[in-house]
Design a protein around this ligand. Sequence first.
Ligand code: ZN
Length: 181
Amino acid sequence: MSGQNAAPKEFNPLEFLSKQSNNLKAKYQQNLENYERNTGHKNPLASEKKEWRAVLSPEQFRVLREKGTERPGTGKYNKHYETGVYTCAGCDAPLYKSATKFDSGCGWPAFFDAIPGAIDRHDDFSFGMVRCTLTQKRTEITCRNCKGHLGHVFYGEGFPTPTDERHCVNSVSLSFHDEKL
Ligand SMILES: [Zn+2]
């Protein structure tokens, strides 16, 4: 990997948000407190599925924790173009800025880049999301902070974006905040 794909190994949402937005930092901390209140554990990373079941909606659980895929064209952020930031629906860590969102026409929210260090990429040879055009490779993406499943990255499809990557993300894995980072 090279260029903007060379993401830092560590990602600390609190540190990141401390510099960027007190409002989002407060939301992130509140999410942690809710998690602890509902599960008895502080850290989403240490959590088990049954804990997530207590804090996520059934559809969020199916996608984030069981690598499900929402039906194309049904997600609430598919055609959503407000200015702000998209955080993880599981842990509220910041993942994508609205400035990197574009209309892929594929039926899911599409971004051409993530906030540096916020996501992990894993090679994936199963099938869930549909390709928009014929591509060679598809990579699963997860939230680095809580390991929740977000969707997939497709490469080299020819979209007129700076990276020619399509981060195809389930709306249900995201939470939008009207906040400029
Ligand atoms: Zn997360």
